[in-house]
Design a protein around this ligand. Structure first.
Ligand code: ASP
Ligand code: MG
Length: 252
């Protein structure tokens, strides 16, 4: 049984219409594979939740993470419902239901361990697991969040844990560009880049992927693809540096 992991960011889940788009992509994939869909909250939702918290002085707390992680509960429930409406066997799961175990650094927790026994159990009766990104649970039962943008890291961690066939990160652009395509009309899509190049890009402030997700993919040698949920285009592959060099030698 092959498992594909797909992660959808806030703009890809921002409306019921957009969720239907995801149903279309998933419905093609379930013909051949089991699918874990990792979701963010709807675009703007986590900012809204943070703005409520900003009214209080102490924020690094159990309560903050409980509030901040709530947006993902909504999107996984809605997508799972949409999938079931399309006769796709699906189950929505929060981080603690896996469980995704983290340390207790609230608002920037690190994943320590993923117990994937239950994932395989759920796949006995389901073709799709819709998993809330950005969240985990400490060993003593406190809900944590992985830092803003952390659902990328959830996707990479779960893909590594189940040895997924692919880990696709869907967003609202066709991939990673040399410069911001919204500002620069000469921006070019990069077809393949190394983890190191991606980390370098992140260090200059380009917010394509959560930095920890790239580090984790590099550690586990997991190829990532960044692509658009709205077009059918191949995106940008983020791969091991060795693979890039070998490719250059062959094609050069
Ligand atoms: N919803 C969270 C955030 O806005 C996590 C994510 O989108 O990756 O930061
Ligand atoms: Mg993001």
């Amino acid at each position: 049984m092959n498992i594909i992991v797909m992660k959808y960011g806030g703009t890809s889940v921002a409306s019921i219409e957009k969720l239907k788009n995801i149903v279309n992509i998933v419905s093609k994939e379930v013909k051949k594979n089991k699918v874990i869909v990792v979701l963010s909250a709807m675009a703007g939702e986590t900012n809204k939740l943070q703005s409520y918290l900003d009214h209080f002085i102490s924020q690094n707390s159990i309560e903050s993470d409980l509030v901040l992680t709530s947006g993902e509960q909504v999107t996984i429930g809605l997508l799972s419902l949409a999938l079931k409406n399309n006769e796709i066997k699906s189950i929505p799961l929060l981080g603690w239901q896996i469980p995704i175990i983290t340390d207790d650094n609230h608002e920037k927790a690190k994943i320590l361990h993923i117990d994937n026994k239950r994932i395989h159990k759920y796949f006995e009766n389901n073709d799709v697991i819709v998993l809330a990104g950005f969240q985990g649970i400490t060993l003593d039962g406190k809900i944590t969040s992985l830092g803003r943008g952390g659902s990328d890291t959830t996707a990479v961690a779960i893909a590594s844990s189940v040895e997924a066939e692919r880990c696709d990160i869907y967003t609202d652009v066709d991939g990673v560009f040399t410069t911001d395509p919204n500002i620069d009309e000469n921006a070019k899509k990069i077809s393949k880049m190394s983890y190191e190049e991606m980390l370098e890009m992140a260090s200059t402030g380009a917010k394509v992927l959560h930095t920890r997700s790239v580090e984790l993919a590099m550690k586990n040698n997991l190829t990532l693809q960044v692509l658009s949920s709205l077009t059918n285009e191949t995106g940008t592959f983020i791969v091991d540096e060795k693979e890039l060099i070998e490719k250059e030698i062959v094609s050069g």
